[in-house]
Design a protein around this ligand. Structure first.
Ligand SMILES: [Zn+2]
Ligand SMILES: [Zn+2]
Length: 431
């Protein structure tokens, strides 16, 4: 028996592709409206975001892959007899999954009929129910988390971080599967143990702006323990960062090796019971990219982890002011009940006001006098600095952008770098 060909998606629109004919050609799904581009097939395992929809109801945020009966349907159109292979692995949204869990398959049929515009049409409902039943009656136990869904942005506050870490740890130790393409199936227990030991960092908005700007220019970096703010850690940015839309990262150091995982936040469009189930079963974060590195391995500046590495470097080069946040009372109580010390969340923001250059007195590079009614950030850059034994190692140091203009002038937001500091945070880290 030959292995099933790997599922392909279009690299341009990130939509999974259908196959037609023999040998197969890849085509966009018939219902998809594209800008007319040709399909550019790549194996889905190479993408960290895929625009899938729920195979039951068409919802754009599928959460689980369920395994069941092989389902094939034939639709006849005047030009082609189209055979649609639904396969034996169905993407399932959180709402359909909740109904299936509760044995309310009729509610799943309702959702599908509504999505297809059939409303209460009895025959259409019957056909849909047949398809669903063919799959569900042969369903195998277990489920696999879909990590490639592009969820709407969710805000995570500093106070929530311990709870979010604990739920993620529980997911790693649980029985629900992760896609093999992530490559962390064998190290889930190690990642969970590292998360238990982790220092927790919550990065404020301005520091995130600075890190994102700095990450875009990051040179190749030889990763070593002294570049990291702690041996094991987890950090959260207050909004999705880079074009890949990461929200959090974790790192684990074990025996000269380093395991980095980047996460996205999930559940952004949900409420009610499906959201509650998702929080219980998964939590807030799902891994979307993982890297296993020996120490001293050079990571290219274009690596998916560049944003994490830039954030580390900025923290360890003392560009950061790190203070402890108060955690939610409920979280503190839960920890006390189970005999664990109250977790500490470190809030990372830009250190002090950095107007070391006398404001307004420096000529601009082009020699013109800039308006003194606003301040602008002058972009920074990375410079390699010697460090370590015999100063033989090189570490990139970000030479700060600085504020130019009168101290009390508003900061002009039209510049590429928006950052500003010395604002005292509210104790719970909310903005
Ligand atoms: Zn496409
Ligand atoms: Zn659904």
């Amino acid at each position: 028996m030959s292995a099933a060909p790997e599922e392909m998606a279009c690299q341009v629109c990130l939509s999974p592709l259908n196959t037609l004919g023999m040998p197969p050609t890849y085509v966009h799904p018939a219902h998809l409206t594209t800008d007319g581009h040709d399909p550019a097939p790549v194996p889905v395992s190479r993408l960290d975001t895929v625009h899938r929809s729920c195979d039951f109801c068409g919802d754009p945020y599928p959460t689980w892959t369920l395994h069941g009966g092989e389902v094939t349907a034939i639709a006849i159109s005047p030009t082609t007899g189209l055979v649609q292979d639904f396969g034996h692995a169905w993407a399932t949204c959180a709402t359909c999954h909740t109904h299936i869990d509760d044995r309310r398959n009729d509610k799943v049929v309702d959702r599908a009929a509504r999505a297809l515009g059939f409303g209460n049409h009895p025959q259409a409902r019957e056909r849909i129910a047949e398809l669903h039943d063919a799959f569900l009656t042969a369903r195998l136990p277990g489920r696999t988390l879909i990590t490639t869904t592009a969820w709407p942005a969710t805000t995570i506050t500093a106070g929530e971080l311990p709870k979010i870490r604990d739920r993620l740890t529980r997911f790693y130790r649980g029985a629900d599967k992760l896609p093999a393409a992530l490559g962390i199936t064998d190290v889930r227990d190690q990642i969970a143990a590292s998360l238990d030991r982790s220092h927790l960092y919550w990065i404020d908005n301005d520091f995130t702006d600075l890190a994102e700007h700095a990450a875009a220019q990051l040179p190749d970096v030889s990763i070593s323990r002294d570049l990291m703010p702690s041996a094991d850690g987890m950090l959260v940015w207050p909004r999705p960062v880079t074009h890949r839309q990461f929200t959090a990262a974790s790192w684990a150091s074990t025996n000269d090796r380093l395991q980095l995982v980047l996460y996205r936040a999930i559940g952004g469009s949900l409420d009610g019971k499906p959201l509650q189930r998702l929080r219980e079963q998964v939590g807030w974060l799902v891994p979307m990219s993982a890297t296993h590195l020996p120490e001293r391995r050079v990571v290219p500046g274009s690596h998916p982890s560049a944003m994490l590495v830039a954030t580390w470097l900025l923290i360890t080069q003392q560009a950061a002011e790190v203070t402890a946040a108060r955690v939610d009372k409920g979280v503190a109580k839960t920890y006390a009940r189970t005999g664990r010390p109250t977790p500490e969340v470190r809030i990372v923001r830009i250190r002090g006001p950095r107007t070391s250059a006398p404001p307004g007195r420096r000529p601009t590079p082009d020699g013109t006098e800039r308006s003194q009614t606003s301040r602008v950030w002058v972009s920074g850059h990375w410079r390699n600095q010697a460090h370590g034994p015999g100063r033989k190692l090189r570490r990139p140091v970000y030479i700060h952008p600085f504020l130019r203009g009168p101290d009390d002038a508003p900061i002009r937001l039209s510049t590429t770098v928006r950052m500003l500091s010395s604002r005292r945070p509210k104790p719970d880290g909310r903005e």
